[in-house]
Design a protein around this ligand. Structure first.
Ligand SMILES: [Zn+2]
Length: 225
């Protein structure tokens, strides 16, 4: 999934209002930040096979450290602990952990059976949503739309930047996501890995920027209006 991970981050802002949107985006895509690093280091491997799924051309051959269920639990705990260590916010830390773990669940739904349970294990899991382009667009599109609705109802722009930065992010995510299935496959693995890291380097700070220009609408205030 791509925009589905962002949907979790947007919706989580309602559950964890004290956690910055930048942190929530970082948590939601964290496994996909570890993955390109390990690909570039030669630790994890994938192949580009045109037509491998209806949505993209990636065959994830070996990625137990970034994407096994066990390691996802470890990463979730680690990020939650780091967040708690820095912010001393127990509820926020819990949500950071949940959002990291949500990545595996969404990948489990969308990938072909390629997700390991633990490093070294032979079982591979995945429900193959990506085998159907319409189903992927419906599921991910609904998630994205609902999450946008939740986010704009639970936050309010403090200034023009808070409105513009948010909606430009949404537009850019859709512009990257929608043409994907019709685009030519990427030339090689390194390009994919660097692209992934570059997108994170843009979207995580962007999340922090949005968060500084929007404020959380309290439940009581929104009930009155
Ligand atoms: Zn992933």
């Amino acid at each position: 999934m791509f925009i589905g991970h962002f949907a979790v981050a947007f919706a989580a802002k309602k559950a964890a209002p004290r956690v910055s949107l930048g942190t929530l985006i970082f948590a939601a895509v964290f496994l996909d930040a570890v993955w390109p690093l390990l690909v570039l280091l030669g630790v994890e491997r994938f192949r580009i096979v045109p037509g491998y799924t209806a949505v993209n051309a990636f065959e994830f051959v070996h990625y137990p450290w970034s994407h096994s269920l066990l390691m996802t639990a470890v990463w979730s705990l680690l990020l939650a602990l780091v967040y708690f260590g820095v912010k001393r916010d127990r509820a926020g830390a819990l949500w950071v952990g949940i959002v990291v773990a949500s990545h595996w669940v969404l990948d489990f739904v969308s990938h072909r059976p390629d997700l390991p349970l633990y490093p070294g294990g032979s079982a591979r899991l995945g429900l193959s949503l990506w085998n159907s382009l319409p189903a992927t667009f419906v599921v991910e599109g609904l998630m994205f739309g609902l999450a946008i609705a939740v986010y704009v109802r639970s936050t309010r722009a403090k200034d023009r930047s808070g409105t513009i930065a948010w909606w430009v992010l949404i537009g850019l995510l859709l512009a990257l996501y929608l043409p994907g299935p019709w685009s030519p496959p990427p030339p090689n693995q390194q390009v994919v890995a660097w692209m992934g890291l570059a997108l994170l380097a843009i979207f995580v700070p962007w999340g922090y920027w949005i968060d500084r220009h929007r404020q959380v609408v309290s439940a009581r205030a929104s009930a009155r209006t």
